[in-house]
Ligand binder design. Structure first.
Ligand SMILES: [Zn+2]
Length: 448
């Protein structure tokens, strides 16, 4: 008898852990009630209105929520359904640039670019997914592989495997940049003056199985260090995809970045926590609003996505813990936002060309924001060697560091007059007043 109970218990537990989470719609009365779901660790999806939110829940969570003061019902997972439909298509009938690239096609596409444009591209794998797929990153620069005195920028897409638009837009952007180099002044300018990194998919396993999660069932946008719940900035205990992105980020000195999602149409900026429905301003709130608006304003109809001006503070929308954007900003000095590019997560492939039309200008304008603010070089006045100085802005409690190799720093700021201080251990601090123009940067070097 006892043995039977144990077997039943084991099967019961297995059933919960093995069954895939279901997509549900949860209705509520007050935005702040969402916090109860966040505290329970419910995986909220991007779709939310004033009275309902989409989420992924286990059977157990479904039961718990239905016993609380929420409405809950299962809804069809459209992305998954479309994925199943796509899988029915044969490879031969697909036109790669009109259709989604699977892992093999994506790899071939990137290798082709790297082969055809060796002077301005460098393809590298920054690690492997749980199932052993390469995590590709392509660098586009006039001197790829060289740490120049230029700001580094990154786009990361498809960290949720079933949010696929950014994955394809990454390929469009890569192609647009390399094909325009030397002929299109804007593409040429970007490549000559920026070190651009593009990661079309952070979750190749999720894409191949039509799932939000990686192959271990983890939501990668909940797997990063978190200022409130997990403040250890280490890779210990994290998923391979997360570890790869963290290590890669540590190898570079990214100034600005964005990660691309679908499920809504909005530019979402830090902080992402701690309380759902409550605005959580970071020290650079003004700047984040400015760069988020830069994206939203350049899009033909982002303001129609149900958010004021097409942008939102992360926590005010819904709080998450372990998101990538807060980690980039808090620990890496890299200004990062989360761009929701389409309300339908996995739209029909015949919409991709139109989506590129809509998002090309926003993606370029956002990338070019990396050149706004104050920048310069910090060196030792005697030796001329680069210094690891702290760069602070009076009134903004968020310091940044120069690139340790060249001593170049990039402090993104919106237009205005600021007092900038460079401070290094064993040196006299130096302060300067600078005026950042409406567009572009002001240069301020420091010799300490
Ligand atoms: Zn997402």
């Amino acid at each position: 008898m006892k043995k039977n109970i144990i077997i039943i218990l084991v099967l019961f537990t297995l059933g919960f852990s093995l069954s895939e989470k279901r997509m549900v719609e949860i209705t509520f009365n007050e935005l702040t009630e969402l916090q109860q779901l966040v505290d329970m660790g419910i995986d909220l999806d991007h779709h939310r209105t004033r009275s309902e939110v989409h989420a992924f829940v286990s059977d157990e969570e479904f039961l718990l929520i239905s016993q609380m003061n929420f409405g809950i019902r299962e809804i069809p997972n459209e992305a998954k359904l479309y994925f199943e439909e796509l899988k029915q298509n044969t490879m031969e009938s697909r036109n790669p640039m009109e259709d989604y690239h699977n892992y093999i096609e994506l790899t071939a596409f990137l290798q082709d670019i790297a082969d055809n444009y060796p002077e301005i591209t460098r393809l590298e794998s920054i690690g492997q997914s749980v199932q052993g797929r390469e995590l590709w990153v392509i660098e586009i620069s006039d001197n790829p592989g060289v740490n120049e005195i230029e700001p580094e920028f990154k786009y990361v897409a498809n960290m949720h495997g079933d949010e696929t638009v950014g994955r394809e837009l990454s390929l469009y952007l890569i192609e647009w940049l390399v094909e325009g180099y030397g002929s299109d002044p804007r593409a040429t300018d970007i490549i000559n003056n920026t070190d651009v990194f593009i990661m079309p998919t952070m979750n190749p396993d999720g894409f191949e199985s039509g799932s939000r999660y990686n192959a271990n069932g983890t939501d990668l946008n909940r797997d990063f260090p978190d200022q409130f719940s997990d403040p250890n900035n280490t890779t210990i205990g994290r998923e391979p995809e997360t570890r790869a992105v963290m290590d890669w980020t540590w190898d570079h000195h990214f100034v600005l970045s964005a990660n691309m999602h679908t499920g809504a149409l909005v530019a979402n900026y830090p902080y992402d926590g701690p309380n759902s429905g409550v605005y959580s301003a970071c020290p650079d709130d003004d700047l984040f609003i400015h760069i988020s608006l830069a994206y939203a304003d350049a899009h033909p109809n982002m303001e129609s996505g149900g958010f004021s001006n097409g942008i939102t503070n992360g926590a005010q929308w819904y709080a998450i813990s372990g998101g990538m954007q807060d980690w980039n900003y808090i620990w890496e000095g890299d200004f990062d936002i989360t761009i929701e590019q389409n309300e339908v997560k996995w739209p029909s492939s015949n919409q991709l060309a139109g989506l590129w039309e809509d998002h090309r200008e926003p993606m370029l304008v956002y990338l070019e924001e990396v050149h706004d603010g104050v920048r310069g070089i910090v060196i030792d006045a005697d030796s001329g060697e680069p210094l690891s100085a702290n760069i602070s802005v009076q009134g903004i409690d968020h310091d940044i560091l120069p690139d340790p190799e060249n001593g170049d720093y990039y402090r993104l700021l919106s237009a205005g007059t600021y007092t900038i201080t460079a401070q290094a251990f064993g040196y006299l601090a130096q302060s300067e007043t600078v005026t950042v123009p409406l567009s572009g940067y002001v240069e301020q070097n420091f010799e300490l």
